[in-house]
Design a protein around this ligand. Structure first.
Ligand code: CA
Length: 215
C-alpha cells in the first residue's frame, strides 16, 4: 500500500484521517504546519499528500505552487467553488471538503493512487490472493472462480478492510445506487464468499449494521 503524508493542523482531523488510512493498510506521516509539510512533501518519500488549504506559516495553495511530481488531494473546510478551481488548476489530483465521510476519503485516496499507478496490483490475506488486474482469486494457490458480483464484493471489502460497512453501503459500492433489490442480496453474497474462500472467521457480521473484513 501507499505512503501518505497528512498535512492538517487540526489534530483531531489529522488523527482521524491517519487512523482510517492505516486501517486500510496505508503508511502515514503527520505534519501540522505548512513549512514542515513543504519540507516533507519535497523529500520524495510519499506517494500522496493530503493537503489542508488553511495551514499555519505556509498555505496549502502556496505549498502546491512549489511542489512538482507529487500527487495531492486538497482537504479543506472551504467549500467555495473558486478555491476548488484554484486547487485543481494548481495541479491537485482531487479535492475533498470538510466535513467528509471517511469512506469517501478512503475511496478518493484509492482512486488517485490507482490513476497514478501507486496502488498494489495484488493483495493477500489468510491464504487468499487477489489480483486486481486480472481479477483472479486464489486460495492457497488454487484458483477460486467467483461470479462478477462476488468478485466486486470481495474487492469492496478489501478496499475498505477493517471498516464496518452497512448493507446499504455495500449495495451502493457493488450494485450501484440505482439497484432496486433488497439487502438480503448482500447477505447471500457474503455467505457465498465466506464458503468459497473459507474466510468465515475474517468476514465478520457487525451487529445491526452489516459486515467487516478483519485483517
Ligand atoms: Ca486548517
Amino acid at each position: 500500500m501507499a505512503k501518505i503524508l497528512i498535512a492538517e493542523d487540526e489534530k483531531p482531523i489529522n488523527d482521524l484521517i491517519k487512523l482510517n488510512l492505516e486501517l486500510v493498510g496505508h503508511e502515514c506521516a503527520q505534519v501540522f504546519d505548512g513549512s514542515t509539510a513543504l519540507n516533507k512533501a519535497y523529500s520524495g518519500k510519499y506517494d500522496l499528500v493530503l493537503l489542508d488549504v488553511m495551514l499555519p506559516e505556509i498555505s496549502g495553495f502556496e505549498i502546491m505552487e512549489e511542489l512538482k511530481g507529487v500527487s495531492v488531494i486538497f482537504v479543506t473546510a472551504k467549500s467555495n467553488l473558486n478555491d476548488k478551481i484554484k486547487g485543481l488548476r494548481l495541479g491537485a489530483d482531487d479535492y475533498i471538503v470538510k466535513p467528509f465521510e471517511i469512506l469517501e476519503l478512503v475511496e478518493r485516496v484509492k482512486a488517485v493512487l490507482r490513476r497514478t499507478h501507486k496502488d498494489s496490483e495484488s493483495f493477500s490475506f489468510d491464504g487468499v490472493e487477489i489480483n486486481f488486474i486480472s481479477k483472479r482469486v486464489f486460495k492457497n494457490g488454487t484458483e477460486i472462480i467467483l461470479k462478477p458480483k462476488e468478485y466486486a464484493l470481495l474487492e469492496a471489502l478489501v478496499n475498505n478492510r477493517n471498516i464496518a460497512l452497512s448493507r446499504e453501503k455495500i449495495l451502493d459500492l457493488v450494485w450501484n445506487f440505482d439497484y432496486e433489490g433488497d439487502t438480503r442480496t448482500v447477505d447471500v453474497h457474503i455467505q457465498r464468499l465466506r464458503q468459497k474462500l473459507g474466510i468465515e472467521d475474517k468476514l465478520k457480521t457487525v451487529y445491526k449494521t452489516g459486515y467487516r473484513l478483519e485483517i
